[in-house]
Design a protein around this ligand. Structure first.
Ligand code: ZN
Length: 85
């Protein structure tokens, strides 16, 4: 932890120039902007809602998730070792 306090920035970080694909105003949004999804009722913050067919929807209800739920269920294997003494 002490290294973070004494290392020069150039040794601790690497810097790579980037170009945003989305305007910074759209990424930051307006703090305090809140609406509720018309389908599930979930609160949607910072203008991340979408509008479809006159409805205000969260990304999940709009089918626009940025993640997926894993449906893989792994069987639990239990090994019992009996030691006969
Ligand atoms: Zn929703």
């Amino acid at each position: 932890m002490q290294a973070y306090q004494v290392m020069p920035d150039d040794d601790m970080f690497t810097f790579t120039p980037i170009v945003l694909n989305t305007p910074i105003e759209a990424i930051v949004s307006r703090s305090g902007a809140r609406v509720n999804c018309d389908a599930c009722g979930e609160e949607i913050m910072n203008e991340r809602e979408t509008h479809q067919a006159g409805l205000t929807l969260c990304r999940a209800c709009a089918g626009n998730l940025y993640y997926h739920v894993s449906v893989h269920v792994h069987a639990i294997q239990i090994e019992v070792q009996v030691i006969n003494g």
